[in-house]
Design a protein around this ligand. Structure first.
Ligand code: MG
Length: 362
């Protein structure tokens, strides 16, 4: 029996983790369930799964050092910068980590990977692209390769002009062509910030140089990513766009259990690939620049983006102003070395204040 501490149990990924546990009650149970604020949904889950601990984030954050005591796996499925504290606590507790929280690596990659390497933590990616890379590498994050290619659906505005993008609304942006996800990540997919984040995730997970990571548009979202090897071979993982497989595989690998329906190649007919139009989606380049700058820069970028996306969802700014807010914040707040979680948390708070000032002060 595998004991799972699930952080972010009521969100889009968390609910699908519950589904995997529901379908495999003889293999998995929850030692802890942590939600953001949705206490009602949490108590329904606690009643169904009987974990030892069921908490809201505000309580859980005060008990980080004991939260993972009875767990075999820490499943970090909460969104945003707040996931980092849990990932670090799970690593320090020596637990296997199934990581669906991108920000843990985007913002805290240096700190997280230091703990993971020192303590030889089994860190398993849940993001579909990184799960695909993990599968292509034979479940060995340290396996040799030449190049990593991340696929991107391109989001709902791939072929929009810059002028057309000025007029899009939150509900336009929330209509993702292939994946069904939470609001923040759906907007990040529309700005391509999400793909920039995934480049940074790949860098930390697979020890890649920026020059070894590419992103390519693949509108069908069937090829989840590819690894190119020294001899010219390219190995890909294919499947329908459904998070169940990467979620389940993170818990069972190297074993595979029944999960998704089989791919029907004939009914798919054709798969398409095109260049990622970076110049139309400045958030992608901003993420890479922040990643290359390192230190607190990606944390500043993320805090500005979280603030700007919230404002956009409420109709407070236009779609292109998300990128403007991020750029302005990165210019106004100097980045420093990321030597501790405290440094990152201060950078996060500072950038949120500056981004809010930029959005609401003008
Ligand atoms: Mg992804």
């Amino acid at each position: 029996m595998v004991n799972i501490a699930l952080i972010g149990c009521t969100g889009s990924i968390g609910r699908q983790v519950c589904e995997v546990v529901r379908r495999n009650p003889h293999r998995f149970r929850f030692s802890a369930l942590v939600c953001g604020k949705n206490e009602k949904a949490l108590s329904a889950l606690a009643e169904e799964f009987h974990p030892e601990t069921a908490l809201c984030a505000a309580q859980a954050e005060a008990r980080l050092s004991s939260l993972f005591e009875n767990a075999d796996v820490a499943f970090i499925a909460t969104g945003g910068f707040s996931g980092l504290a849990y990932t670090l606590a799970a690593a320090r507790a020596g637990k296997k980590i199934a990581l669906a929280n991108k920000e843990s690596l985007v913002c805290g990659g240096e700190l997280v990977m230091r703990e993971v390497e020192e303590r030889k933590i089994d860190l398993v990616p849940v993001d579909s692209e990184h799960s695909a890379l993990f599968q292509c590498l034979g479940f060995r994050r340290g396996a040799p390769y030449k190049k990593l290619v991340l696929t991107a659906s391109g989001g709902p505005f791939l072929h929009f002009t810059e002028e057309e993008m000025k007029g899009v609304t939150a509900s336009d942006a929330l209509r993702h062509p292939t994946w069904n996800m939470g609001a923040k990540i759906t907007i990040d997919s529309a700005t391509l910030l999400n793909k920039g984040y995934e480049v940074l995730e790949a860098k930390w997970l697979y020890g890649a140089e920026f020059g070894q990571i590419e992103a390519v548009v693949h509108p069908e979202s069937i090829v989840h990513s590819l690894v190119y090897f020294e001899d010219g071979a390219a190995v890909a993982q294919l499947g329908y766009p459904d998070m169940k497989l990467p979620i389940q595989l993170a818990l069972t690998y190297p074993e595979r259990l029944p999960c998704e329906k089989e791919l029907d190649l004939i009914s798919l007919g054709a798969l398409h690939f095109e260049r990622l139009p970076q110049e139309k989606f400045p958030c992608y380049g901003l993420a890479l620049e922040a990643g290359k700058a390192g230190g607190t820069a990606p944390t500043l970028l993320n805090a500005a983006a979280e603030t700007a996306v919230n404002a956009f969802l409420r109709g407070g700014i236009t779609f292109p102003q998300i990128a403007e807010t991020v750029r302005e914040t990165l210019e106004r707040v100097p980045h420093v070395r990321a030597d501790s979680f405290e440094t990152l948390r201060e950078a996060d708070m500072r950038a949120r204040a500056v981004a809010s000032g930029y959005i609401y002060g003008k």
